[in-house]
Design a protein around this ligand. Sequence first.
Ligand SMILES: [Zn+2]
Ligand SMILES: [Zn+2]
Length: 328
Amino acid sequence: MRPTFLTRLVNGELFDPIVYIRILNQRQALMLDCGRFFDLSNHELMLVEHLFISHAHMDHFMGFDQVLRVILHRQTPLNVYGPPEIRRQVLAKLGAYTWNLTREYALEIRIHEVAPGCITTTVARASDGFAPSWTGVRERSGEELVKTLWYTVEAVELDHKTPCLGFVVKEAFHINIRGDKLGPLGYASGPWLGMLKAAIKSGRTMDIPVRTMQGTRLIDSEQLARELVIVSPGQKITYLTDIRYCEANLERLTPLAKDTDVLFIETFYPDEMREEAHRKGHLTARQAGEIARELGAKRVQAMHISPRYHDRREVVLDELKQLISAPK
Ligand SMILES: [Zn+2]
Ligand SMILES: [Zn+2]
């Protein structure tokens, strides 16, 4: 089965945590955090429609300029989500440059400031030199930030001695097309398969122009679903970084991230640095392992190891491994 989300921890375990998620068969991608990076191509950055910033410490936000520079000529907007203050912080970055040559550019930055219960959106356009031109507030149902046919993204506000968002990217259900059935039924693969998936995802019934051996034929999507489709549970990906290990954080994140398929989680220090971790609002590897067990995470990816342990990363990684592989 091909998953819908192709995930990549761009900087590996040691450096600024960034997760890039390509949405399969769609020309789009999501980016979780945006510190310093070298290993994302211009093509990959051009696909980013939604950029999620957990908090604006430099190691999570300084790459914003790199993204902006690549997408400046783009027609489609960039949505940026972050905790309270993100509006001021993005506008401050945009305000740091001279924009006298961008009057003809179509790029629009939509800044979404996420607070419990509501999202405040500000629009800044290249054609106006990125002066903020529109602001609106919408109520937020539950933890949801973005909902499309293919995925939803939810966020919960956690404590890092400053508000820090944890993110969950989910696919409601997964559609597998039975390729082995196409030939025997006289069908040939083509863009109509994407239309069929979209119809099923949206819960609508419609006639699909199917490529067959005898030319194009309109066939009802329900019939095609019965013939070709296997539905399975969707993927769930959780991203947690820069959070304090405390009851309040655990209570807030657990309902959202329970039963996650892939957990990206910071392992900033080994447990011998527990007090320092608490003071700085970070997790130790042992605490990350405890969270992973609590969430029932099927796969755990360590990230954001403190520079102090870069030459001894096994200390941190072994601690995490021991905890998640221990019997419950
Ligand atoms: Zn950090
Ligand atoms: Zn931080």
